[in-house]
Design a protein around this ligand. Structure first.
Ligand SMILES: [Zn+2]
Ligand SMILES: [Zn+2]
Length: 346
């Protein structure tokens, strides 16, 4: 195996460079995976724009977290995998020992271990992720579909955490990759989905992925009025916000019926505050919640969904680019074009 490789290194705000770095070596319990496909992600775009992520990545650091590939090296003590195995390695793993892990809320683990470095020829998978959150990919599933396991797990978590009942009307605000995934998961579960999007490409994708109705508007008041009209003025059972800006959080609260549930799924920038109409929340008995990240069990479920073919993985892959083009790909994503996810091929 070569001793150096090409990898994307995040140096700060809008500063990602492709550099020649040492190929990682597998320590005890670790794996080295040759990246077959890495996917761009809204979180990576946020990180690119802000230059860091409070929980997940601090520069300078290897970058990218959605990947699938082939095991090329095993550290001492690894028994569940062998060379040549096709795997998807998740971007985190919980400790299994803290208060939250013991309560089954592993997404809230006090010591969640994150891994980055998917935009590279090879990536090191830490022992804890090898042990808890690395999954074998069935032969018929392409790497670029398997790499969707991570974002899909977030979407599945956000949807199920909103406690949907069959036939519920669910509004999803935002036509980005996660908004589209949540609406697709909701539609597959038999919910009536109203997608609130801004752009033509998003509206088309939303329809293809099972939205019963699409409200396309960049005017929030208009989007609220149209959505309420679609439910006979009542409002939706569940509103899931997947944008991560205060206006969308406020919008979500305006969309639900009495007794409805709002899920603030999109994370806003650190320090963001939102003002909400307390009377509306109190007298309408509105449940407000937020969902963060995923658990190992949900990751398994989402890979099963991808492998079953029920989940339309191909609809989420809208482009391919070489690692050298990564900076340009992110600049394009910043301009909100119709791309959902770009596969980065090393
Ligand atoms: Zn992601
Ligand atoms: Zn823990």
């Amino acid at each position: 195996m070569a001793t150096t490789m090409q990898a994307a290194v995040l140096h700060g705000r809008e500063d990602v460079r492709i550099e020649q770095v040492p190929v990682p070596e597998a320590g005890p319990g670790e794996l080295i995976v040759r990246v077959g496909a890495a996917l761009t992600c809204g979180t990576d775009l946020k990180v690119f724009r802000r230059g860091y992520h409070a929980k997940m990545i601090r520069p300078p650091a290897l970058f990218g977290h959605e990947l699938a590939g082939t095991v090329v090296e095993l550290g001492a003590g690894v028994e569940n995998f062998k060379q040549g195995d096709r795997v998807v390695a998740l971007n985190s793993a919980p400790c299994g020992a803290c208060y939250y892990c013991k309560r089954g809320q592993e997404n809230l683990c006090d010591d969640l271990l994150f891994n980055n470095g998917a935009y590279a020829e090879f990536i090191r998978i830490p022992a804890r992720i090898v042990a808890k959150n690395t999954l074998l990919v069935p032969e018929h599933v392409p790497f670029e579909y398997a790499a969707l396991t991570e974002p899909l797990a977030c979407a599945v978590h956000g949807f199920t955490d909103s406690h949907p009942r069959e036939g519920d009307t669910v509004a999803v605000i935002g036509g980005g990759p996660l908004g589209l995934m949540i609406l697709h998961v909701a539609a597959l579960s038999g919910c009536e989905v109203i997608a609130l999007v801004k752009h033509d490409g998003q509206a088309e994708a939303a329809k293809q992925l099972g939205a019963a109705q699409v409200v396309q508007s960049s005017e929030i008041a208009e989007a609220i009025a149209k959505t309420r009209a679609l439910t006979g003025g009542r409002g939706v059972d569940i509103a899931i916000e997947a944008v991560g800006v205060p206006a969308a959080w406020q919008e979500a609260v305006e969309l639900v019926r009495k007794g409805g549930t709002v899920n603030f799924f999109g994370g806003c920038a650190t320090g963001t505050h939102v003002s909400l109409d307390t009377n509306r929340i109190h007298y309408n008995d509105i449940t407000m919640k937020a969902t963060f990240h995923h658990t190992p069990a949900i990751c398994r479920k989402s890979l099963e969904m991808i492998a079953s073919g029920r989940f339309q993985a191909s609809a989420f892959i809208t482009g391919h680019a070489h690692l050298f083009e990564l900076h340009r790909v992110f600049e394009k994503l910043m301009n909100r074009n119709a791309e959902i996810k770009t596969v980065i091929v090393p």
